[in-house]
Design a protein around this ligand. Structure first.
Ligand code: DOR
Ligand code: ZN
Length: 343
């Protein structure tokens, strides 16, 4: 059996820079037409000039014959001003700006310490039609890591959505039923991306029988019921507010298998196969194309891809590791069997 769908895009992707970038960019290029490139480099991508340079670095790093259109994102800081936003919007290459609450995740030290600090920038984004992408977790030490997304909705996102009704917001990599409900109940300017690992795994996969650092990501995997189940319901519902964003976030094996391991899961090597697996588990393969190839560009006001990809029902083993910047990386589902393969 085979299924043919319009080529997908990845609306949330980390590709790093330098040698790491060279190791992973081909994985996404073999699957995706476009990718929203996360700006959490060190130092972060905070203006249009840096975004332009990073975009060129990505294109240069592509393996011969591979193609992908990198859509660039600015990293919002307490110091982002309205002219940074205006210039980025006018550059044509920057499609969005990302809110990382300070300290939320990998390279987020320069993130925003108080949402009010970026209100002028948000006003300008709203005016220029630039999307706001949010890492939706509070970072206060007194909030339990499993509650950080739900508390972010209550303490930050509800207010921002209320104060900027015209601003298009993507609630990135949602992990809870709270987030699913919030997005469904919000106006049409609020959408969400869902990762393959949050559809296919829950916290038991990370913690039962031993601690598995390659399942550690942020926002952290939640419980199956109600959260993973709510994500599967949302992704396979055909609701255009939910679309593909892998959050594929590479870290070398040593950086993850450590006493203080990094957060992030590499899924770019088989992203569309992982989504197909999740959709098939719900008998919803007919809903895959909307989620992976239509709702994202529609929300971003970009044309849908016109070329297609084919997935074949065929077993294969995910490699145990890949080369990564002179070291190795352990991919999601390493050594495990998948029953869909990109032709
Ligand atoms: O697990 C994650 N890894 N979550 C993020 O938000 C960032 C990412 C990274 O850059 O490694
Ligand atoms: Zn991310």
């Amino acid at each position: 059996m085979q299924i043919k769908i319009l080529q997908p895009d990845d609306w949330h992707l980390h590709v790093r820079s330098g040698a790491a970038l060279k190791s992973v960019i081909g994985m996404s290029a073999k699957q995706m037409g476009r990718a929203i490139i996360m700006p959490n480099l060190n130092p972060p991508v905070t203006n249009a000039l840096q975004a332009q340079a990073y975009r060129e670095e990505i294109i240069q790093a592509l393996p011969e014959g591979d193609e992908i259109d990198p859509l660039m994102v600015l990293y919002l800081t307490d110091n982002t001003n309205t002219s940074d936003i205006e210039k980025a919007a006018k550059s044509g290459i920057v499609k969005a700006a990302k809110l990382y609450p300070a300290g939320a995740t990998t390279n987020s030290d320069s993130g925003v310490t108080d949402i009010k600090n970026i209100y002028p920038a948000l006003e300008m984004m709203s005016k220029m039609g630039m999307l706001l992408l949010v890492h939706g977790e509070v970072t206060h030490a007194d909030i339990d890591i499993f509650d950080r997304e739900a508390v972010f909705i209550d303490q930050v996102l509800t207010q921002v959505a209320h104060d900027f009704p015209e601003l298009k917001i993507v609630f990135e990599h949602i992990t809870t039923k709270d987030a699913v409900d919030f997005v469904i109940e919000s106006n049409s300017n609020i959408a969400a991306t869902i990762t393959p690992h949050h559809l296919l795994a829950n916290r038991n996969d990370m913690l039962v029988g031993g601690i598995r650092p390659h399942y550690f990501c942020l926002p952290i995997l939640k419980r199956e019921n109600p959260h993973q189940l709510a994500l599967l319901d949302a992704a396979t519902s055909g609701n255009p507010k939910f679309f593909l964003g892998t959050d594929s976030a590479p870290h070398a094996k040593d950086a993850k298998e450590s006493a203080c391991g990094c957060a992030g899961i590499l899924s770019a090597h088989c992203a569309i196969e992982l989504y197909a697996t999740a959709f098939e588990s719900r008998d919803a393969l007919d809903k895959l194309e909307g989620f992976s190839s239509k709702f994202g560009p529609d929300f971003y006001n970009l044309p849908r891809n016109t070329n297609t990809i084919t997935l074949s029902k065929e077993s294969w083993l995910v490699p145990e590791s890949y080369e990564y910047a002179g070291s190795v990386i352990i991919p999601f589902m390493a050594g495990q069997e998948l029953s869909w393969k990109l032709v």
